[in-house]
Design a binder for this molecule. Structure first.
Ligand code: ADP
Length: 904
C-alpha cells in the first residue's frame, strides 16, 4: 500500500514538473511573439522619429539625407531583424530570449540617439526591462542590464551628446544610470522568482488533481468491470442450477417430494438471480448507464401478467388480491415494458409482503393525455402495516429499510423502492405514497407513455360486445372494491349492472327482477362470502324455478380451487380464478351468454396456465417442425448440458463446441440453421468468432440474406453488451440463465426472418436447400415465388420434368421481357398484351403465381391501352420475375431431394 502511495506521489510530482514545463514554454513562446511585434513597431517608430526630427542635412550648398535617418533604417534593421526571425522560427528557445533581451536594449540606445539623447527617452529602457520580465525568467534581465551599462559607459566616454544630449558629461554618469537600472532589476527579479514559484505550485496542484481523477475513474472502471465479472461468475453456476432444476421439472417422472425439492431449488435460484439483478440494476442506474427501451406493448396485459404472477403469493397469505383496470386505460402504449413490469412487481411484492390480512389492489387509470403522450397512473394499495409520516421521506433512499426486524422477517435489500423511484424518474414520471400506520399504504406512480406507433386489433374487442347492449347482470361480492370493479367493467361492456353484497341481497334482487319480467341475464358470484357462500347461493338460484335459467359465473380464489364435478353439478356456466383478467372475464361472459346458460359447463382450466400453454406449444411445435441444426458455442460444461437439453427437447440437432475458434471452423465446414454464441470464451470470444463468421460470409450486416443467424448468450448484464453483440454481427441476444421460452422465441423469430429474406435474394441461393424450402413454408404470410408443392404435383413428382420446365422458363423469360419493353417504347398495346399472355401461361405452368398474376394484369391493361397502370404492372412483373429466377436453384435442388426421398 505504502509502495503504491509512493508510486502515485512520484507520478504526481513528475506530472507536476511536466505541467510546469509546458506552461513555462507557453509563456516563453507568447512573450517571444509579443516582442517580435514590438520590435517591428519600434523599428518603424525609429524611422519616423528620425524623419521628423532630422530629415535632411546641409553640407555646404548641397542638402542630403541626414545620417540619423540612415541610422534609423539600417541600424534599426540590423538590431530588429535577428530577434524577429528567431521569434518566428525558434519560439520558446533560450537563445531567442537572450537575443531579444540584447536587441531590445540596443533599440533603446538607438532611440535615445535618434532623439538627440533626450533624457525622457531613457524611460524606454525601464519600460523594456519591465516588458522583459514578462518572460518570468530573471536571467534575461542580466544581458539587458549589461548592454545598458556598457552602452552608457562607451557613449558617455566617446559620444556623450548621443546619450545625454550634452557635449561633455561626467565620466561617472553612466554608473548612476546603471544604478537605476539595477534598482529596477531587483524588483523585477523578485517578481519573476515569485511567479515562477507560484507557477510550480499551481502545476503541482493540477497534477495532483489529475492523478486523483485518474485514480477515481480507474476505480470506477474497475468497479463496473468487477460487477460485470461478478455477474458473469455468479450467473454461470446459477444458470446451471436453475436450468437443471427447470429440466427436472419439465421432464417429469419425479416423486412428489422430489419435485417439491426441485421447486425449492428453482425458486431459490430465481430469488438469488433477482437479487443479483437488483444490485446490478442499481449500480447501472447509479453510473447513469441504464438505457430505456421503447416499444409498443399491451398495457393491460402487462399489469394483469404481474398480478397473475404474484397471485400465488397473495393466495398463500389469504389476501384478497384485485386488479382494477379502469376503462380509460389505453390498450396499447409505447414505452419500456420491462422497466414498467419491474416497478409494478417491486411495489406489488412489497404490498403483499407487508400485509397480513385484508386486500391488495393494483389499479391503473389514464390520468391525462396529450397529442403524443398518455399519462397513466398506477396505484398499489394495501391494507397492511402502513408507514409513519416521518419515515416516508427516507423510504426511497437506497438500502433503507424502516425496521431491521422486518428485514429478518420479510427479507429484502432495501433497494426495491430506490430502484423504482429511479426508474420512474428515468421514464419521466413521478412516484409517491400515502400511508397511515395500521391502515395500509398506497404507493402510486405515473408514467408519460408515448402513443403507440401501431394500432392494435385488441382495442375494439374488449370495449364492446354488441349483443350485450342492454342485458342485465348481477355481480355478488362481499368486498366493496371488487363489487365496484365489476360494476364498472360490466357497465363499460354495455350491460345494465347491479351489485349485491351477500347472498340474501342477491336473491332478493334476482327475485324482484324475475317478478318484474326483467330477469338478469347473468349472475357473477364470488365464492367466498360470509354467511352464504357462492355455492350455497348458486344452489338456491338453481332451486327456484323462476331463477334457474340464469347463467352463473363463479369467481374463486387461488387457494381454494373448486372441484370441476361439483361446479358442473351446481350448474355453473364457468368458474374463474381471481384475480381475473379482463379478457378472460370477457370470454367467459361471452361464452356463457352464447350458450344461453342452459348448458352448464365444467369449470374452465386455469386460464393463465392454459394461455401460456397455448403460446408455448405453438412456438415449440413450430420449432420442432423445423428440426433445426444448431451450433452451440459455450465453454461451460454445465451450460452446454443445459442448452443442449433445452434444444434437443425442441427437436433441434445440437453440435457443441467450446471455443470461438472451433465455432468458426464448424461453421466453415458444416451447415447450420442457427448458432448460439457464448460471449465469453477462452482463446477467442464470441464477439470475435461472430465477426470472423460474418467476414467469411462476406456479410457486414446481421441477418442479411443468407447469413447464418447468430444469437449471443451472455451473462453480462452491463449495458453496452447488446451493442457489442450487434456490432460484431450477431442478430439477437438471450440473457443467461436461459429462459427456454425466450430462447425458443428468439430462435424461431430469427430463423423465420432469415428464411424470408433468404427465399427472395440471390446470395441466399448458395444456402438454399430442401431444408430452406421446408422451413420457408412455416413462415406465416410468406408465399414462395414458386409453389413447389403444386409444381411437383403437376410434374407427377418427376424432378427431371421440373428441371426442364424451370430451364425453359429461365431461357425464354429474358427475351420476353425485352420484347415487352420494346412494345412499351413503341406504345404497341397489342404486342404488350400478346407477350404478357405468353408469360402468363408459362409462369402459371411453373406455379410462379406472383409472375403469372402480374402478367395477367399487364395483358389486360395492354389490351386496353392504359399505359400508366401498365407501366406499374410491368415493374411488378419484373420484380416478381427476378425473385422467381433467384428462387429457381432452390426449387431445383429440393425437387431432386424430394425425388430421392420418394424413391427411398
Ligand atoms: P425491501 O423490500 O427489499 O426491503 P424496499 O426498498 O422495497 O426494500 O422497501 C424498503 C422498506 O420500505 C421496506 O423494508 C419496508 O420497511 C418499507 N415498505 C415498503 N413497502 C411497504 C408497504 N407496502 N407497506 C409497509 N412498508 C413498506
Amino acid at each position: 500500500m505504502s509502495q503504491m502511495m509512493s508510486t502515485c506521489a512520484g507520478d504526481a510530482s513528475s506530472l507536476g514538473a511536466e505541467f510546469y514545463r509546458t506552461h513555462r514554454e507557453t509563456i516563453y513562446r507568447r512573450t517571444d511573439r509579443m516582442f517580435a511585434a514590438l520590435m517591428a513597431v519600434q523599428w518603424v517608430f525609429g524611422i519616423v522619429a528620425a524623419m521628423v526630427i532630422s530629415p535632411r542635412t546641409w553640407a555646404g550648398v548641397e542638402s542630403q539625407m541626414h545620417p540619423h535617418v540612415w541610422a534609423a533604417v539600417v541600424l534599426g534593421g540590423v538590431i530588429s531583424l535577428p530577434p524577429i526571425l528567431l521569434a518566428v522560427f525558434k519560439p520558446g528557445h533560450a537563445v531567442t530570449r537572450y537575443v531579444i533581451s540584447v536587441a531590445q536594449m540596443l533599440t533603446s540606445a538607438l532611440l535615445i540617439h535618434l532623439t538627440g539623447g533626450r533624457i525622457e527617452t531613457h524611460f524606454h529602457v525601464f519600460g523594456s526591462l519591465a516588458f522583459l520580465a514578462f518572460y518570468r525568467d530573471w536571467r534575461v534581465l542580466i544581458p539587458a542590464t549589461v548592454v545598458v551599462a556598457l552602452d552608457h559607459f562607451l557613449r558617455g566616454l566617446y559620444f556623450p551628446q548621443s546619450v545625454y544630449g550634452v557635449l561633455t558629461a561626467s565620466s561617472w554618469r553612466w554608473l548612476e544610470h546603471a544604478g537605476w537600472v539595477i534598482f529596477e532589476d531587483l524588483f523585477l527579479i523578485a517578481s519573476c522568482l515569485r511567479s515562477d514559484k507560484e507557477m510550480r505550485e499551481i502545476a503541482q496542484r493540477a497534477a495532483d488533481l489529475h492523478v486523483a481523477k485518474e485514480a477515481a475513474e480507474g476505480a470506477n472502471r474497475a468497479k463496473s468491470q468487477f460487477l460485470a465479472n461478478m455477474s458473469h461468475e455468479i450467473r454461470t453456476p446459477l444458470n446451471g442450477v436453475i436450468g437443471m432444476a427447470e429440466l427436472l421439472i419439465r421432464k417429469g417422472g419425479l416423486a412428489e417430494r422430489q419435485l417439491r425439492y426441485v421447486h425449492v431449488i428453482k425458486s431459490s435460484g430465481d430469488t438469488l438471480l433477482t437479487l443479483i439483478n437488483g444490485v446490478l440494476d442499481f449500480s447501472k442506474i447509479e453510473a447513469g448507464k441504464l438505457e430505456l427501451s421503447r416499444s409498443d406493448f399491451d398495457l393491460r396485459g402487462v399489469v394483469e401478467d404481474v398480478v397473475e404472477m404474484l397471485a400465488p403469493k397473495a393466495a398463500v397469505k389469504k389476501l384478497e388480491f384485485l386488479c382494477h383496470m379502469h376503462l380509460d386505460v389505453p390498450a396499447r402504449v409505447c414505452g419500456d415494458v420491462d422497466r414498467l413490469r419491474q416497478i409494478l412487481i417491486n411495489l406489488t411484492n412489497n404490498a403483499i409482503k407487508f400485509t397480513e390480512e385484508g386486500e391488495v389492489v393494483v389499479a391503473a387509470r389514464l390520468e391525462q393525455s396529450s397529442d403524443d403522450r398518455l399519462f397513466v397512473r398506477f396505484d398499489v394499495r394495501d391494507s397492511g402495516l402502513g408507514i409513519a409520516r416521518e419515515q416516508q421521506d427516507r423510504l426511497f433512499k437506497s438500502f433503507s429499510q424502516l425496521d431491521a426486524s422486518n428485514t429478518r422477517k420479510y427479507g429484502g435489500t432495501g433497494l426495491g423502492l430506490a430502484i423504482s423511484k429511479q426508474l420512474v424518474e428515468l421514464m419521466g414520471g413521478t412516484i409517491g405514497l400515502q400511508s397511515e400506520v395500521g391502515k395500509g399504504s398506497t404507493f402510486w406512480f405515473t408514467i408519460p407513455f408515448l402513443r403507440p406507433t401501431s394500432r392494435s386489433p385488441e382495442t375494439t374487442r374488449l370495449t364492446s360486445i354488441p349483443p350485450t347492449r342492454g342485458l342485465r347482470v348481477l355481480a355478488v361480492d362481499d368486498l366493496p372494491a371488487q363489487r365496484e370493479i365489476m360494476r364498472e367493467q360490466f357497465q363499460a361492456w354495455g350491460f345494465v349492472a347491479d351489485i349485491a353484497s351477500d347472498g340474501t341481497e342477491a336473491l332478493t334482487l334476482l327475485r324482484s327482477a324475475a317478478t318484474a319480467a326483467a330477469p338478469y341475464h347473468l349472475a357473477v358470484i364470488d365464492m367466498h362470502m360470509p354467511l352464504m357462500n357462492g355455492i350455497a347461493l348458486a344452489r338456491a338460484i338453481k332451486g327456484e324455478p323462476s331463477l334457474q335459467q340464469t347463467p352463473i359465473l363463479m369467481l374463486t380464489s387461488m387457494d381454494q380451487p373448486l372441484d370441476p364435478n361439483e361446479m358442473s353439478a351446481a350448474g355453473f356456466a364457468a368458474c374463474l380464478t381471481k384475480p381475473v383478467r379482463q379478457s378472460e372475464l370477457f370470454d367467459a361472459v361471452a361464452t356463457a351468454l352464447a350458450r344461453g346458460g342452459l348448458t352448464p359447463s365444467v369449470a374452465q382450466p386455469e386460464p393463465a396456465a392454459s394461455a401460456n400453454a397455448v403460446a408455448e406449444t405453438s412456438v415449440l411445435t413450430d420449432l420442432r417442425r423445423l428440426r433445426l441444426r444448431v451450433l452451440v458455442a459455450e465453454d461451460n460444461e454445465v451450460n452446454q448440458e443445459v442448452v443442449k437439453e433445452i434444444l434437443t427437447d425442441a427437436g433441434c440437432t445440437v453440435t457443441l463446441v467450446s471455443t470461438g475458434a472451433a465455432a468458426v471452423q464448424a461453421v466453415a465446414s458444416h451447415e447450420y440453421d442457427v448458432a448460439l454464441m457464448d460471449c465469453q470464451m477462452p482463446e477467442m470470444d464470441g464477439f470475435e468468432a461472430a465477426r470472423r463468421i460474418r467476414n467469411a460470409e462476406g456479410h457486414a450486416q446481421p441477418v442479411e440474406c443468407g447469413a447464418l443467424p447468430i444469437i449471443a448468450l451472455t451473462a453480462n448484464a452491463i449495458q453496452g453488451d447488446r451493442e457489442r453483440c450487434l456490432s460484431a454481427g450477431m442478430d439477437g441476444y438471450v440473457a443467461k440463465p436461459i429462459d427456454p421460452d425466450l430462447l425458443f422465441q428468439a430462435i424461431l423469430t430469427l430463423v423465420q426472418r432469415s428464411l424470408r429474406q433468404a427465399a427472395v435474394s440471390a446470395p441466399a441461393v448458395a444456402r438454399a436447400t430442401e431444408h430452406t424450402v421446408k422451413l420457408a413454408a412455416t413462415v406465416p404470410g410468406y408465399e414462395a415465388p414458386i409453389n413447389l408443392e403444386t409444381l411437383l404435383r403437376r410434374c407427377r413428382g418427376k424432378a427431371t420434368l421440373v428441371e426442364s420446365l424451370l430451364g425453359k422458363f429461365d431461357a425464354a423469360i429474358g427475351a420476353q421481357l425485352d420484347e415487352l419493353r420494346g412494345a412499351f417504347t413503341r406504345i404497341d398495346g397489342a404486342a404488350v398484351s400478346r407477350v404478357a399472355h405468353a408469360i402468363k401461361g408459362a409462369s402459371a405452368n411453373l406455379s410462379a403465381n406472383a409472375v403469372s398474376s402480374a402478367a395477367a394484369e399487364l395483358e389486360r391493361l395492354g389490351a386496353k391501352g392504359e399505359w400508366e397502370s401498365a407501366n406499374e404492372s410491368l415493374q411488378r412483373l419484373e420484380t416478381s420475375v427476378r425473385e422467381c429466377l433467384e428462387y429457381i436453384p432452390t426449387v431445383a435442388s429440393s425437387a431432386k431431394q424430394r425425388a430421392v426421398e420418394v424413391k427411398a
